[in-house]
Design a protein around this ligand. Structure first.
Ligand code: ZN
Length: 479
């Protein structure tokens, strides 16, 4: 039996405001436990929340970037549940009237090089406050709670169950992540929990309309883990269904070390959070002027920038996709391009040499400035250094942060372009290799590579290869 996978994703993105959503406490990450708190975010009785306007601004930005309808009147609601990291006994969220609904984003179809045309629907975007953090130490009998995160603003972005594969789920998440970072409203740090994802997944026989029983996956803190957890869960559910069993509706935690999911809790009957409009907060009314003001502040988004990179710089789709995936990387490319306007060569260096060295590090931490990379490439083109030497200079630039010209001078790596100097060495090589010289004259012109190779050995790669080829050809013809 063939099954179709149905995936829906819920993303919590922490907004980059300086203060919390309903009080003036700082949102900074990593402060000593419970120092960024006040009576409001501690949930003391009798305090009144006051909405941070920036949270609404940022939510409108996200709504516009994801083609959502903005609800001109939206409302905060109390989501009632008890949890030790939620001192009030309820979370202020949105329920019946979220700020935005009915949006979509486009992703590339998995495994193809086609433009982003696969639309994934967004059910809703709503604003809410984050809860605190419980700290469990397995060596201690008690747990701790840190309420610094309580009241930090979040938007929850809920997708339609439009996603059909783990690859598409990862592509969707990367696109959302990129949009949030381009908008500069979320730092996207998955390890610090600024961008968190839960997934709903079910299987159904191909052709069946009705959805199968779904499980909810939590605790996936990287794009790779999301993909692997979904792949695992597809296999697990398929095995159950093929054996004639029933998938149990439950919440599962991904264990990234063992590569399995573990049951966290069975689902209560259905959620019953007893939502009701928060009487402490009046409805949020957004007028056209507010939306227009935000619209004028919208930056170029990843898809637009990718299209522009393809037309303005004539880059292949693949290059444009890689370079515009992160705003900082695209900025880096454009800054280097102003000093070295050869897009494809520049793109190759960034995508191979630079990204290989940076690995997971952020481009903003790169010790080589865009100007210095451009200067290095200009030195290759001018013949000051060979391509091979450029790669070792590049490694030194990463280690020392110095510019290419300084390093080349310090190490005496300038290309040998003095014909007289090279000729001396060439004469010696020809004298040392009479058999190859004779073979070359008999028509084995491929031996040119051998001769140039000998010269490179003698000059430690510093001979100008173009000049070397010309000089060898002339000498071999004339002797
Ligand atoms: Zn506070």
């Amino acid at each position: 039996m063939e099954f179709e996978t149905v995936i829906g994703l819920e993303v919590h993105a922490q907004l980059k405001t300086r203060s919390k959503i309903f009080c003036g406490c700082s949102t900074i990450f990593g402060a000593p436990a419970n120092t960024n708190t006040c009576p409001v975010c501690l949930g003391m009785p009798g305090v009144l929340p006051v909405l941070n306007k920036k949270v609404v601004d940022y939510s409108i930005k996200m709504a516009l970037a994801t083609n959502c309808t903005i609800n001109r009147t939206n409302q905060f609601a109390r989501k009632n549940y008890f949890y030790p990291d939620l001192p009030k006994g309820y979370q202020i969220s949105q329920f019946e009237l979220p700020i935005a609904e009915h949006g979509w984003i486009a992703i590339e179809a998995a495994g193809t090089d086609a433009p982003a045309t696969n639309k994934i629907g967004l059910t809703r975007i709503h604003m809410e406050e984050d809860a605190g953090k419980l700290i469990h130490d397995e060596h201690e009998p008690q747990s701790y709670v840190d309420l610094n995160r309580t009241g930090v603003p979040l938007i929850e972005i809920v997708s339609e169950p439009d996603i059909r594969s783990p690859e598409d789920a990862a592509a969707y998440l990367k696109k959302l992540h990129a949009i949030l970072r381009y908008l500069d409203i979320c730092d996207g740090n998955m390890e610090e929990g600024s961008f968190r994802c839960d997934a709903n997944i079910s299987l159904r026989p191909v052709g069946q309309q009705e959805l199968g029983t779904r499980t909810e996956l939590k605790n996936m803190n990287s794009f790779r883990n999301v993909q692997r957890a979904l792949e695992y869960e597809i296999r697990r559910q398929r095995d159950i269904l093929l054996d004639g069993g029933d998938v149990i509706q439950e919440t599962l935690l991904w264990d990234a070390e063992k590569n399995i999911t573990n049951s966290m809790r069975g689902k209560e009957e259905a959620h019953d959070y007893r939502y009701f409009p928060d009487p402490d907060l009046i409805p949020v009314v957004i007028d056209e002027a507010w939306i227009e003001r935000i619209r004028t502040m919208m930056p170029e988004l990843p898809d637009e920038r990718k299209t522009r990179f393809m037309s303005e710089f004539e880059l292949p789709h693949y290059d444009a996709e890689v370079l515009t995936a992160a705003r900082e990387l695209a900025d880096y490319f454009e800054a280097a391009y102003t000093k070295y306007p050869q897009a494809k060569k520049l793109s190759n260096w960034i995508m191979t040499e630079l990204m290989r060295e940076l690995k997971d590090k952020d481009i903003s931490d790169c010790p080589i400035s865009p100007e210095n990379l451009a200067a290095l490439l200009n030195m290759i083109d001018k013949g000051d250094i060979s391509g091979k030497i450029a790669k070792s200079v590049f490694t030194d630039m990463l280690e020392t942060g110095k510019d290419a010209a300084t390093l080349v001078q310090e190490k005496g790596l300038e290309q040998m372009s003095d014909a007289g100097e090279l000729l001396q060495l060439i004469h010696a090589i020809l004298a040392e290799n009479p058999v190859q010289v004779a073979d070359y004259k008999d028509g084995k012109t491929k031996l040119m590579g051998f001769f140039v190779g000998q010269l490179m050995k003698k000059t430690k790669g510093q001979a100008n290869p173009k000049l070397a080829n010309e000089l060898f050809a002339k000498e071999l013809r004339d002797t």
